[in-house]
Design a protein around this ligand. Structure first.
Ligand SMILES: Cc1cc2nc3c(=O)[nH]c(=O)nc-3n(C[C@H](O)[C@H](O)[C@H](O)COP(=O)(O)O)c2cc1C
Length: 180
């Protein structure tokens, strides 16, 4: 899928998974604090703190994959964010399938709705806010999923699931380029 479509996956604010490629094994964590920063080139801001094993790996390798999980992975998403790659081989533990990415060593997650290959673009806000700015290199969408609903963390361990879509495209008169 064209990288220019990245915002259509992240602007709704789904809970996401972040994969990294360490020296020993792949790792994966859960992330709720993210946002689109720019359309073209597609830039994403995300908060990954030094309390995460993934933090040092991301700083060192400068690349990761952001994966958008379907609602069927809800419990797994929470469990992934409640253990560390320091202690657990999470892909094995949670029976997730790592797939080779195109431009980064971090793996795609076969079970996810979308996978976004990213490289670090800017680290100037990391020391201050643990805020990484990532640039998207490849976007994958898994259109074969029967249930395309995403999950949204309410910030307290409860989650909302995608519901009804309201189509207001005809009113987007100033932003025609966003509409397919
Ligand atoms: C719902 C949920 C949302 C989370 N969001 C973030 C986040 O935005 N940033 C972050 O650094 N950690 C976040 N975490 C915590 C990490 O996923 C957690 O610390 C995880 O154990 C890190 O894995 P790692 O040590 O293998 O890197 C979240 C956890 C959960 C359950």
């Amino acid at each position: 899928v064209p990288v220019s479509k990245t915002h259509q996956w992240l602007e709704p604010g789904p809970i996401v998974l972040v994969t990294t490629a360490g020296r020993r094994a792949h790792n994966i964590m859960t992330m709720g604090f993210h946002m689109m920063v720019q359309h073209d080139p597609a830039l994403i801001g995300c908060v990954i703190g030094p309390w995460d094993f993934s933090y040092n790996v991301l700083r060192k390798t400068k690349e990761c994959v952001i994966a958008v999980p379907p609602v069927s992975l809800a419990r797994t998403v929470v469990d992934i964010g409640n253990c560390s790659g320091e202690d657990v081989e999470k892909f094995e533990q949670f029976k997730l399938t790592p797939l080779q990415a195109k431009t980064v060593a971090a793996p795609l997650v076969a079970e996810c709705l979308a996978n976004i290959e990213c490289r670090i673009e800017d680290t100037r806000l990391v020391n201050r806010y643990n805020l990484f700015v990532l640039r998207v290199s490849v976007l994958w969408a898994n259109r074969k999923r029967l249930d395309p609903r995403k999950l949204h963390h309410n910030g307290d361990g409860t989650f909302s699931v995608d519901g009804r879509t309201i189509d207001l495209r005809e009113r987007m008169v100033k932003w025609r380029e966003l509409i397919d």
